[in-house]
Ligand binder design. Structure first.
Ligand SMILES: [Cu+2]
Length: 571
């Protein structure tokens, strides 16, 4: 139940975050032109004559000097600079903390951990429920910022002071505070979830479920929970200090009062870099499970996969300075951060090659979850490779704060986390709701997403190398960017198509929930215990506690007639 609540919250926020992205893209592709449908028509702009209902409405508001949400944020349908700052700030904040984390960790963690380890519920069901409702309140607080005077937070998702610490620079008053409080609350929710996940996985595994018989999805969620438990308190304390600076006149981060704005960058990125692994590790776990199922082969190098995830997580805590090469750090420390960052390529490559090893010689079943998983692996490789460019200080000095960074993060988070998220939803939907999603729609959705995703984000590398700064309101204000504006227009059109493609997914999701085809208990013929449970799993998950006799990836065993063997089947 809590898993479904998290899924619903995440899906709604995913749509909202996507909508904000569409607005950002409109402004970048067609700077300061009125938005389609809700903006003034060309005719009105040329002749000043209001004919349509929308024109009349704006005309009326302008004439009476009406002040409402629309006239202060998008006068005449044109996105204002202050609103634009809030848009990119909130797009990232919502996508990271309120869409991807609630779905991949909140939903699939709560749903899969008890099922996959063969137990009836999480260790602390009350804490579990509390963590969801705190996340829900956090979402309301976060969204309310759009409707307060001064607008929503506009200092970027990284909230660097001085922008985030004083209204003098942005004009944002309560928006910034609500952003801080919203993040604090979602952080508390994450910590409650993390404690619960760790305890459940350590204490409640069923008979025979040793650590090295855990599916890699459970391993990934276990490691993510530890990361969250170590990283989120650092963010929470930094947020509390920032709130004090804003509300009670302290100056932790204000140079004028003897504080240090760089301190925020250290605290934020000490959390922020592990956070990117929080977003990608569940995807890695899910991808490993799905690759094995649809290749009908054991995962290549199971233990190496576990150790690779552990070392990625461990290394994640000593690389945060790579976000700060431009902050004037000692070159010796910069070099240290550069090398520690590059070392992460080793466990990442182990994972990638093991995925290839799993696919080698396999009779691959190209189902919709598998297609999304393959997209996860290949797009993550592109994002990982551009990450190595950035890790190198001399290169980073050139591409810092350009669209190259935006391209990289979207290959990792959209190409990685979101493709894994789609794979997971298509794959576990039948178990969760007892009905399957429509796979024809799923295929169309996959191909459209895959094509428009690349058309949207690949050209951003080119913009970035051309010097296109990120977070700017109007590229046409810079002479050297004007030649590249056609790329911006191309990206905007692709992004809008990418956005429209998601309607297929949302429709399929909600339609299938009620009218999808009834699902069998184990439609993919997979070994892990969630498929051993009835569909949808009743309260208590299993009528009889399952006993585990083998590993999760025993596919195509030579001496067996079936090409799969449930973990709960006696050997
Ligand atoms: Cu980082």
């Amino acid at each position: 139940m809590i898993a479904k609540q998290y899924l619903l919250l995440g899906i709604i926020m995913l749509a909202l975050g996507g909508l904000l992205a569409m607005l950002i893209r409109w402004q970048l592709g067609y700077p300061e032109e009125p938005l389609p449908i809700i903006g003034l028509s060309d005719e009105y702009i040329e002749t000043g004559e209001a004919s349509g209902a929308i024109d009349k409405m704006w005309d009326d508001w302008f004439e009476n000097e009406t002040e409402n949400w629309f006239t202060s944020n998008i006068p005449g349908g044109v996105i204002g600079p202050e609103f634009y700052n809030a848009l990119f700030t909130m797009h990232a904040t919502i996508m990271i903390f309120f869409a991807i984390m609630p779905i991949l960790i909140g939903c699939f963690g709560n749903f899969l951990i008890p099922l996959m380890i063969g137990t009836k519920d999480m260790a602390f069901p009350f804490l579990n429920m509390l963590s969801f409702w705190v996340a829900f309140i956090a979402s309301i607080v976060m969204l309310s910022g759009f409707f307060v005077p001064g607008g929503h937070a506009a200092a970027g998702w990284t909230g660097y002071p001085p922008l985030s610490a004083s209204a003098d620079f942005t004009g944002v008053e309560w928006g910034q505070n609500l952003w801080i409080i919203g993040l604090l609350l979602i952080g508390i929710s994450s910590m409650m979830g993390a404690i619960n996940y760790i305890t459940t996985i350590i204490n409640m595994r069923t008979v025979g479920m040793t650590f090295f018989r855990l599916p890699l999805t459970v391993w990934s969620l276990f490691i993510v929970a530890i990361l969250l438990l170590l990283a989120v308190p650092v963010l929470a304390s930094a947020l509390a200090m920032l709130l004090f600076d804003n509300m009670f006149g302290t100056s932790f981060f204000s140079a004028a009062g003897g504080g240090d704005p760089i301190l925020w960058q250290h605290l934020f990125w000490f959390f922020g870099h592990p956070e990117v692994y929080v977003l990608i590790l569940p995807g890695m776990g899910i991808a490993s499970d799905l690759l094995s199922v649809f290749a009908r082969k054991p995962i290549f190098g199971y233990k190496a996969m576990v150790y690779a995830m552990i070392s990625i997580a461990g290394l994640g805590f000593i690389v945060w300075g790579h976000h700060m090469f431009q902050s004037g750090m000692n070159p010796g420390i910069g070099t240290t951060f550069m090398f520690s960052t590059m070392v992460i390529a080793v466990p990442s490559a182990i994972k990638t090659f093991n995925w290839f090893g799993t696919l080698k010689g396999a009779n691959i079943k190209f189902t919709v979850p598998m297609m999304n998983t393959l997209a996860f692996v290949s797009m993550f490789v592109i994002g990982g490779l551009s990450g190595i460019f950035m890790a190198s200080t001399p290169v980073d000095i050139f591409i810092h704060d350009t669209y190259f960074i935006v391209a990289h993060i979207h290959y990792v988070i959209f190409g990685g986390s979101i493709f894994a998220l789609f794979a997971a939803v298509y794959y576990w939907f039948p178990k969760m709701f007892g009905r399957g999603m429509n796979m024809t729609l799923g295929k169309i959705h996959f191909w459209m997403t895959f094509i428009f995703f690349n058309a949207t984000f690949f050209p951003m590398h080119i913009l970035g190398v051309g010097g296109h700064m990120r977070r700017i309101y109007n590229p046409m204000q810079y002479e050297f960017l004007q030649d590249m504006q056609w790329i911006n227009e191309f990206i905007t059109v692709s992004a809008i198509m990418l956005g429209f493609s998601q309607i297929l997914f949302f429709f399929n999701f909600f339609y299938s929930m009620y009218w999808g085809k009834a699902a069998e208990d184990n439609p993919w013929q997979a070994n892990t215990l969630e498929w051993f449970a009835p569909t949808p799993p009743p309260h208590g998950n299993f009528p009889v506690q399952p006993i585990v006799y083998g590993g999760p990836y025993e596919y195509s065993l030579p001496d067996k007639e079936e090409d799969w063997l449930s973990q709960a089947a006696e050997r």
